[in-house]
Design a protein around this ligand. Structure first.
Ligand code: NBP
Length: 476
């Protein structure tokens, strides 16, 4: 055996990850169900490093140094289980299977459990950055055992993106921690994109600006606090012209956003954990709403499509208000995402370091952004931070943008322009800081119809009122 690591599953992602490994000096065993993919990789890129291709899975496994490290990069779900089932009889105790696909963390937990009974280490590993990242340096989020990390860490850190000399890869935590964090990363990506889309809509409607002009605004924004990959590519997409019609590209695209499911997983998990990730949820639902053409048509017919005026008489002020509202809403979305990471970590006993997650998202991945440094600093200064929102830097950012945020949300609402993520983020913020929430009334209602009991502000214990008769209070 001569390969330091193997990759099975050589579609776009696996192929690029294998090339990245080889380019960084690792000898890479290659395998794919359909051998033609393996052959084309070696034919086209064999000169980039040392590859050991095998047509049969047995030969592939035999070509890797023990304890073996095998990356599985196939379609998530049943194909991943199928590949694991084929691999396991060929492996020895102590070998490591790394699933770099987009698995659900619950599947990863199940697989880890099953394989650890057989003495095989299973690592669910989030990989972000798409095909480009896989080739040139992704953000890598491995879960699994410490033992597996000792073998994989140096390899993964050598192929990950780097920011300020730091590889964007740390051991996230045991079993499903890596895939969980990758899932939340994707959820935050949904929120980020929805917020950007709402900002674009408000700029277009308020200023009557062309997409190309709005591209310039985003380009300018990318030089400040908002600097990030998504803001950068927003400018690129808005500046794009359609080759056939010569009109703005964005205007020829059907306005129905699709999804592969990680946003939905994030929201489902947040519901289970009881974490209010309202920004991510609104972003996920906004995509769903856009796709319901069969409802949008009749609604347009019933209510018309008119919108009211947005007051953009002071152009610069209007743009700045939208920018501040975007930034404040973004802080909320990240605060909520990090709350979910913390809640998952507690629930599953993973001991995830939130600050370290901000560090490894600074490069390689879709949500890479300047302000992740600030998130890292906030959790370094106070590991028990109750919410990112109250960390001094972010609290200032929100305070600074608050008037603008209210202006933008209320104007949009009066004009009839939907801003679900801006508005729900603002409501979340106001909910957190409210002296008394009407939740007290909800508790009263629950006690009335279901004898669910309530707690009092002036005494410990659970209480219940005998609603039908006298208002008789007693310890429940
Ligand atoms: P795909 O998700 O399209 O999967 C294709 C690969 O799965 C091929 O190698 C195919 O083999 C193999 N495969 C299938 Br399908 N069923 C199999 C089975 N029963 N046994 C063995 N192999 C099987 O590839 P991808 O787009 O490269 O993505 C790979 C993973 O990475 C996915 O989990 C994806 O969610 C994740 N991911 C993708 C991106 C991205 O930007 N594309 C980003 C981050 C993560 P064949 O060649 O024989 O058909």
């Amino acid at each position: 055996p001569s390969a330091t690591i193997g990759v099975t599953g050589l579609a776009v992602m696996g192929r690029n990850l294998a090339r990245n490994l080889a380019r960084n000096g690792h000898t890479v065993a290659l395998h794919n169900r359909t051998h033609a993919r393996t052959e084309s990789l070696v034919a086209e890129h064999g000169d980039e490093g040392t590859f050991v291709p095998s047509e049969r899975l047995e030969d592939f496994v035999a070509s890797i140094e023990q304890p073996r490290a095998i990356i599985v990069m196939v379609k998530a779900g049943a194909p991943t289980d199928a590949v694991i089932d084929e691999l396991v009889p060929l492996l020895d105790e102590g070998d490591i299977i790394v699933d770099c696909g987009n698995a659900h963390y619950a599947d990863t937990r199940r697989r880890e459990q099953q394989l650890s009974d057989k003495g095989i280490h299973f690592v669910g590993c989030g990989v972000s950055g798409g095909e480009e990242g896989a080739l040139n340096g992704p953000s890598i989020m491995p879960g699994g055992s410490r033992h597996a990390w000792d073998r994989l860490g140096p390899i993964f850190r050598s192929i990950a993106a780097e920011v300020d000399g730091e590889p964007c890869c740390v051991h996230v935590g045991p079993d499903g921690a890596g895939h969980f964090v990758k899932m939340v990363h994707n959820g935050i990506e949904y929120a980020d994109m929805q917020l950007i889309a709402e900002a674009y809509d408000l700029l277009r409607e308020g200023l009557g600006a062309t997409p190309a002009e709005i591209a310039d605004i985003f380009r300018t924004w990318n030089e400040g606090d908002l600097e990030s990959f998504l803001i950068e590519i927003t400018a690129v997409v808005l500046a794009q012209e359609d080759a056939d019609t010569g009109t703005p590209f964005v205007d020829v695209v059907v306005d129905q956003a699709e999804q592969k499911g990680t946003g939905r997983w994030t929201v489902q998990s947040a519901l289970d954990l009881g974490v209010p990730i309202t920004g991510i949820a609104e972003a996920t639902f906004a995509r769903a709403l856009s796709s319901h053409a069969e409802q949008r048509g009749p609604a347009r017919d019933a209510f018309g499509t008119e919108t009211g005026e947005l007051d953009a008489s002071d152009r610069d002020e209007y743009i700045e208000n939208v920018r501040l509202a975007l930034y404040a809403s973004k802080v909320v979305a990240y605060a909520q995402g990090f709350d979910q990471i913390k809640a998952g970590s507690v629930e599953y006993d993973w001991d995830v370091d939130p600050g370290a997650m901000a560090m490894i998202w600074r490069g390689g991945c879709i949500i890479r952004a300047r302000f992740l440094d600030r998130i890292h600093d906030a959790y370094t200064d106070d590991p028990d931070l109750p919410s990112l929102l109250v960390a001094p830097y972010f609290a200032d950012a929100v305070r600074n943008g608050l008037d603008a945020w209210r202006q933008v949300v209320s104007q949009a609402s009066l004009a009839g322009i939907p801003v679900p993520a801006f508005a729900s983020s603002l409501s979340y913020f106001d909910g957190l800081r409210r002296e008394r929430l009407p939740a007290a009334l909800i508790q009263g209602l629950r006690d009335n119809f279901g004898a669910h009991t309530y707690r009092r502000i002036d005494r410990d214990g659970m209480f219940h009122i005998e609603w039908a008769g006298d208002a008789l209070q007693h310890d429940a």
